[in-house]
Ligand binder design. Sequence first.
Ligand code: MRU
Length: 340
Amino acid sequence: MMKKLVSMSLKSSSDGLEVLDQTELPQREVWIKVGHPDEMISIIKQLKVRGAPLIGVAAALSLAHYALEEKDASRVRNLAHALREARPTAVNLMNAMDRMLARVDAGTDALVQEAETIFIEDVELCEKMAGFGAELVPSGGAVLTHCNTGGLATVGVGTALGCLAKAWSLGKRFSVWVDETRPLLQGGRLTTWELGQLGIPYQLICDNMAAMLMAKGKVNAIMVGSDRIALNGDFANKIGTYSLAVNAFYHRIPFYVVAPQTTVDMKCETGGDIPIEERNPEEVRGAGGAFGKVTWAPETCEVFNPAFDVTPAELVTAWVLDRGIFKHGDIAKGALRVGG
Ligand code: MRU
């Protein structure tokens, strides 16, 4: 028996596992029934399921569903390793799969329980971050955000976007600048969709408009999520985050990173240790999705396509974690050492 677990983009129960195909949004809402974990690997690689916490939860549930049918522990273990490697930067995926791997020998029930716990914990972690981060959202101003960090990227209310949603629900009034987030347009396609559902006013901008808005005094704070935080506070997030942080520092705008403990990598001392995913050149030569496909660059042109960049801790005003709001001094004292 599996618990019935439902989020904005994931449904799991004894009837099976379904995920919302995020590459089809916002034009179409298409749910995919996921069978074998190999399907989940391909779904994660294609960013149909994306966002650091969500891929960890989705991979864990996919393995749990597989374990209900497959009793051979070595097969389950091999697939856990394969799922763990579906994407290289978001450490939430590795952290979730390491928890699952530690339960393989305990059997199917233990795996199912662990995956369900990972889901339930993510909801709780999001709630906690949202509560702390909402305090930092300015009243009456505008917050800029990058990529998608909401209910689509987690199974809870989200990380950075969760803070904005919470602040709004508490009566704070503000607007949001949404970076479109080239090349895969998570801001333009997904954050706009979520903010529309939440009823929070926003304006979509191209990524290269952010600095000009900061110079004009039209950005009061920046809130982003993270795919991996090193112990010195450096963090990886969607490509373009680093330039936002540099610009925020120059313009003296508070820059906050919001992430749960599942995003902290206890094995990474600094951002230099974080592996950065490089993706298909086609994503930069043009764009594709439910809106159609277009290629504007020569089809064979050379491309560099890193999916993430690393922002040094010195550019961060504060880290909003599920355990509270932390400043540079706290980070230096080891605040990111979870359980330490
Ligand atoms: O490539 P994506 O869309 O999975 O990248 C997602 C991000 O960069 C988010 O900002 C990050 O996962 C943190 S928020 C949940």
